[in-house]
Write a protein that binds this ligand. Structure first.
Ligand code: PLP
Length: 462
C-alpha cells in the first residue's frame, strides 16, 4: 500500500498523548494534563494555533521563539517546496553549495563588522561550536558566563547554564568555566584578569527571567574582553533576527562582538538550523590548514532546506517590516501592560524590549492576599505564575509560559507579526486574569490549592 502520511495522521488523530505517554516523555504528558494544556492542535497559521474544535489560540510562546515570522509562512513554504521539487544535490559534502553561500552573504549583510559564518543545526550546537572556535582561536580554555544564563542543554552549553536545576545530576561538566553575576562588570573584570579566558558568553537579554542589561553593560563587557584577550560571544539565539526591534539585540548598544550565535527563528520554524557568525581571524585560526578543513563541522549543517528557509525568512522579515512591527508593537505592549502595575498589587514590574516581554509578580501588601500568597509559597515556590497562565489559556485562549524555574515571571515571546487586535487581546486577557488573582477566596486561588496539592504529590513521588 502506498505510504500516505496525511491518512496516517487522520487515522490516528487523538492518540498523541497516549503515544507520548507510552513511548516518549510521560512526565510531559502529566504536566500538560495537570495544567489543562492537553489540547489537540490540528492547524496553525501566523500567530495562531487551532484545535480540533476549530477554537483559535494566540501563541505567545512561538515555539520558544522559533516562529518569529508566524507559523506556516507561505513564502518559506514555497521556497522549501521549490527546492524539493528541483531535485537538487544536497549534502554532497565533498562540495560547497550555492544556497549556504547565499545565506551566509545575506546574513553578513545584516550584521556589520562580521565576516564569516558556520552553519549547524540548533542553538546549543552553535554554542558548542563557539566554544571550540574560541578555544582554537585564543589557545585558551577558560569560559566565563553569567548567573541565570541559558545557552542550551548539551554538555558545553550546560556547563554555562546559570541555573543549578538544569545542571544537577549531569556532571561532571566542562572544567574551566566561571560564573559571574549578571550586570556586574567588576566581577567580570576579576574573572578576566588572568588573561587566560577564551570567551565570555552572554545573552544580550537573558531569556530566563527577561533580565535586561544595565545601560552600557554590554559595551563595557566587550571592552573588558578585548583588553584581556577574551572573545565576546553574543548568544542571540533567542534575541536575534528582530525579536527586540533590531536585527540583533546588541545593536541597541552598538557592540561589535567577536562571535554572534543565531538559531531558532532563522529557518521560519520549519527546519532545525543554527549559525555562528564571526570575525575572519577566528575562523582562520580554527580551520588553519588543509588537513583541518573539516576539523569542526556537522553532517546536516548546511542542508538545502534549512538554507532555503533561511533565505526566505530573511526576505519575509524585510518585506513585511516585521522588525519595525516588533519595535512598535512591543513598545505599545510595554506601555499598556506596564499601566497594570499601578492597578494591581501582585504585579510588580513589566519590562522587556521589542517582543520579548516579562510580567513579574511578587508578594502583595494587603493581609488577605498576603496570607494566601504565603500559604502557596510554602507549598511550592514559584507556583503563582502557573495560576495566571492556566486561566489565560483556558478562558482567553492565550498560550504563554513561566520564564524559568521557581520564578515569578511570565514571559511573552510572540511572533513578530502580532496585530493590533492581538495586542488588545493580550492586554484585556491579562487585565481580567490579574484582576481575578486579587479575589480571595476566588477561582484562581482555588486553582492554586489544587496545583499545590499536585506538586506535593509529585514531590512525594506518587
Ligand atoms: C539564548 C539561547 N541560547 C541557546 C539556546 C539553545 O537553543 P536550542 O534549543 O536550539 O539548542 C537557547 C534556547 O532556548 C537560548 O535561548
Amino acid at each position: 500500500m502506498a505510504f500516505d502520511i496525511l491518512k496516517e495522521l487522520a487515522d490516528r488523530a487523538g492518540e498523541s498523548f497516549s503515544l507520548h505517554d507510552k513511548y516518549l516523555n510521560a512526565q510531559m504528558v502529566r504536566v500538560l494534563k495537570t495544567i489543562g494544556f492537553d489540547r489537540h492542535y490540528t492547524r496553525a497559521e501566523g500567530a495562531y494555533l487551532y484545535d480540533r474544535t476549530g477554537a483559535r489560540y494566540l501563541d505567545l510562546l512561538a515555539g520558544f521563539g522559533v516562529f518569529a515570522i508566524g507559523r506556516n509562512h507561505p513564502t518559506v513554504k514555497q521556497a522549501m517546496t521549490d527546492i524539493l521539487n528541483a531535485d537538487l544535490p544536497n549534502l554532497v559534502q565533498m562540495d560547497v553549495s550555492l544556497l549556504s553561500g547565499l545565506l551566509a552573504e545575506r546574513l553578513l549583510a545584516h550584521v556589520s563588522g562580521q565576516e564569516r559564518v558556520f552553519f549547524c543545526n540548533s542553538g546549543t550546537e552553535a554554542v558548542e561550536s563557539a566554544i571550540k572556535l574560541a578555544r582554537a582561536a585564543t589557545r585558551r580554555s577558560k569560559l566565563v558566563f553569567c548567573d541565570h544564563a541559558f545557552h542550551g542543554l548539551t554538555m558545553g552549553a550546560l556547563t554555562m547554564n546559570g541555573d543549578a536545576s538544569f545542571r544537577n545530576g549531569f556532571g561532571p561538566l566542562l572544567a574551566d568555566a566561571t560564573r559571574v553575576p549578571w550586570n556586574d562588570l567588576e566581577a567580570l573584570e576579576a574573572a578576566l584578569a588572568g588573561d587566560d579566558v577564551a570567551a565570555f558568553f552572554v545573552e544580550p537579554i537573558q531569556g530566563k527571567g527577561v533580565n535586561l542589561p544595565a545601560p552600557g553593560y554590554l559595551r563595557e563587557a566587550a571592552r573588558l574582553c578585548k583588553k584581556h584577550g577574551a572573545l565576546f560571544v553574543a548568544d542571540e539565539v533567542q534575541t536575534g533576527l528582530g525579536r527586540t526591534g533590531k536585527f540583533l539585540a546588541i545593536a541597541h548598544e552598538e557592540v561589535d562582538p567577536d562571535l554572534v550565535l543565531l538559531a531558532k527563528a532563522l529557518s521560519g520554524g520549519f527546519v532545525p538550523v543554527g549559525a555562528v557568525i564571526g570575525k575572519k581571524w577566528i575562523f582562520d585560526r580554527t580551520f588553519d590548514r588543509m588537513d583541518r578543513a573539516v576539523v569542526h563541522g556537522s553532517t546536516f549543517g548546511k542542508n538545502n532546506l534549512a538554507m532555503a528557509a533561511g533565505l526566505a525568512t530573511l526576505a519575509v522579515l524585510e518585506d513585511e517590516g516585521l522588525i519595525e512591527n516588533a519595535a512598535r508593537r512591543g513598545a505599545n505592549l510595554l506601555e499598556r501592560l506596564g499601566a497594570l502595575v499601578q492597578k494591581y498589587e501582585l504585579l510588580k514590574d513589566v519590562r522587556g524590549r521589542g517582543l520579548m516581554i516579562a510580567l513579574e509578580f511578587g508578594a502583595p501588601r494587603s493581609l488577605g492576599l498576603r496570607a494566601a500568597w504565603t500559604l502557596l509559597e510554602k507549598a511550592t515556590k514559584g507556583l503563582f505564575c502557573q495560576m495566571v497562565i492556566i486561566p489565560l489559556f483556558s478562558r482567553h485562549r492565550i498560550l504563554s509560559q513561566v520564564a524559568g524555574h521557581e520564578m515569578y515571571v511570565i514571559k511573552l515571546l510572540p511572533p513578530l507579526c502580532l496585530s493590533q487586535s492581538d495586542e488588545d487581546w493580550i492586554v484585556s486577557a491579562f487585565d481580567d486574569v490579574i484582576a481575578d488573582c486579587h479575589q480571595v477566596p476566588g477561582s484562581v486561588w482555588e486553582l492554586g490549592t489544587t496545583l499545590a496539592r499536585h506538586a506535593l504529590k509529585s514531590k512525594a513521588g506518587t
